[in-house]
Design a protein around this ligand. Structure first.
Ligand code: NAD
Ligand code: ZN
Length: 253
């Protein structure tokens, strides 16, 4: 990162009373979880349509066997621990520099790093919920990983379990809270998102029409590069955030 860019980010953050962070799959690639749209992502390998047709609430209801065969192969992430970027954001929250995170990720790494105010609009991959409305028992991913059949079922009632993640065709979680948090920000930092997935991309777009302090840290283009006060593209995202945080320590902000 250019020194001028770093100074500018630090100044903007130092003057902000309410900095909110939006994160996408790109913040977790350095922790070993591949993104979908990056060069090795499954959208490149399989095509976006195939993924959307299977990771879809109608496909889940119609054919859970087919859904789970695909889901288990591509969506059950290897065990991962938070990367440097997650850790720095948690530290920035403790120091009052970040007030909250809205994430598209389903890997729970922000929470594991110690961030407290996290809105996970696409849910959580390590939770599964019984589909029977009268039952709704919650299971951890160990139960599903070690289940003897491809389609995991509830111990109590025998119904199919659904991953607690938002599938295509479903509404995001905490829509109102996420939008309010983003539009209420003084400074918004987007990290590791191409800003193509709606409605989150729409919230960021709305923010950028009314306010100007949008900072984007992303490898590759995003849909809102033109609206950003500053775009940081390239480098190691964890190191970039660490340096920003360190400069703020030095300034006592
Ligand atoms: P996306 O559209 O937000 O794209 C990810 C972006 O991050 C890409 O532009 C990529 O170039 C960039 N990126 C990759 N590595 C980076 C790095 N080290 N630093 C900065 N930027 C980097 O997300 P997607 O991959 O298209 O995924 C779509 C949806 O699927 C997500 O919103 C999420 O719900 C789900 N998903 C979640 C995870 C996860 O929880 N870790 C992983 C894959 C997909
Ligand atoms: Zn049940």
């Amino acid at each position: 990162m250019e020194k001028n860019d770093l100074d500018q980010v630090v100044s903007v953050l130092a003057n902000s009373r309410n900095t909110i962070v939006v994160t996408g799959a790109g913040i977790s690639t350095e922790a070993g979880i591949p993104d979908f749209r990056g060069p090795d992502g499954i959208y490149r390998k399989l095509g976006e349509n195939q993924v959307m047709n299977i990771i879809n609430i109608n496909a889940f209801n119609r054919n859970p066997e087919e859904f789970y065969a695909f889901y288990r192969q591509h969506f059950v992430f290897p065990p991962a621990v938070p990367g440097k970027a997650h850790q720095v954001l948690a530290d920035m929250e403790k120091k009052g520099r970040v007030k909250g995170i809205v994430t598209q990720n389903i890997d729970s790494l922000h929470e594991k790093a110690g961030s407290r105010k996290v809105i996970a609009i696409h849910g959580t991959a390590d939770r599964y919920i019984c589909r029977n409305r009268g039952c709704q028992v919650v299971y951890g991913d160990e139960y599903v990983k070690s289940y003897e059949d491809i389609v995991p079922r509830c111990k109590k009632c025998g119904s199919v379990l659904k991953p607690d993640v938002v599938l295509f065709g479903e509404n995001i979680k905490n829509y109102v809270e996420a939008r309010d948090m983003i539009l209420g920000a003084q400074v918004l930092i987007v990290i590791g998102s191409s800003l193509t997935v709606y409605p989150l991309a729409g919230f960021v777009k709305e923010f950028s029409t009314f306010y100007q302090d949008l900072i984007i840290i992303n490898k590759g283009r995003t849909q809102l590069d033109h609206a950003a006060l500053l775009k940081i593209d390239g480098g190691h995202t964890g190191d970039t955030l660490e340096e920003i945080n360190r400069q703020m320590d030095l300034r006592g902000k």
